[in-house]
Design a protein around this ligand. Sequence first.
Ligand code: NAD
Length: 331
Amino acid sequence: MTILTDAFADRNVLITGGLGFIGSNLAIRLVDLGARVTLLDSLIPQFGGTLVNIAPVRSRVIVNISDMRDANSLDILVQGQDYIFNLAGQVSHGDSMRDPQLDLGVNCVSTMNLVEACRKHNPAARLLYSSTRQVYGRPEKLPVSEDHPTLPIDVNGINKLAAEYYHLLYHGTYGIRSTVLRMTNTFGPRQRLRGDRQGFAAIFLRLALAGEKISLYGGGGQLRDFNYVDDVVDAMLSAITHDRCFGQFFNLGSERAYSLIEFVELLRQTCRFELESVPFPEDKKIIDIGDYYGDYSKFHEVTGWTPRVKLAEGLERSLAFYREHKADYWP
Ligand SMILES: NC(=O)c1ccc[n+]([C@@H]2O[C@H](COP(=O)([O-])OP(=O)(O)OC[C@H]3O[C@@H](n4cnc5c(N)ncnc54)[C@H](O)[C@@H]3O)[C@@H](O)[C@H]2O)c1
């Protein structure tokens, strides 16, 4: 894999959603690579953003607390940026059904404001958008490659798909160099473990750490793929520096699929908790995509990216991080 690490030294980088889980890990890496990093985040309380996430680099980044649904700050913030990683978003599929207007605002209006700000004030910037495998809906065949139909089964998937196309439209129409990564279940340090909004990996990690019972819906045989956050950061740095990525979308994915039972059994190697199988709750069943794992060969062929951290090792590193930072992430 080639990451052009010197591509970021002394360059200006804006990360939207930069105080969240993935954004903060990306920020820490970029500071290490010598970039001048600005983090834009609204710190909406139920989302994953917190200043604690950037503790290791707090004095070396600029933090702007503002909301992208209001275009004004973006018009200023995009100016002079070499790279813009657009990670701000609402990640809960269930919440997108309960509050579709909020999802529309944070995933679509925000993105529209960003690409418009780039068109007006910085058309030379390189953009990366963090999308999701949820845009495919229920897989018709596995593994899912980029030519699979996009038939989202929740509001979040629709809004993320629209946001992808704002980026690609502005690439095709105005020449703003944009790439879309369709990410899968990402886990690792700095993810919000409190609450139930950040997906099952975060919920299972919290319950395992607290020694509380984990309930698997419908037996837990569902297949998923997982990426450790450092691999996702590698993918983002790679995508935004490879010219051949612009104007396209790419899947991420892992070396193999795991059932949810396998995921939980890996946690049981170091944590003690009970396990039960329960019927699928109706509100979760209607937005469940069944088995999913992605084919990331297209991205591998263009950039050489391949995930390096296997699930067991990633979970071990994550548990160690959260044990050390219990008060900040999962009291
Ligand atoms: N975590 C995953 O498994 C996963 C998988 C696929 C895609 N993604 C995508 O990756 C991105 C980052 O996800 P994450 O897991 O780090 O989530 P996160 O909730 O930890 O971070 C998202 C951040 O965006 C900020 N934000 C939301 N709306 C905003 C707005 N209007 N203006 C400014 N900031 C705003 C939040 O305050 C939060 O800090 C999201 O776009 C998500 O859809 C994540």
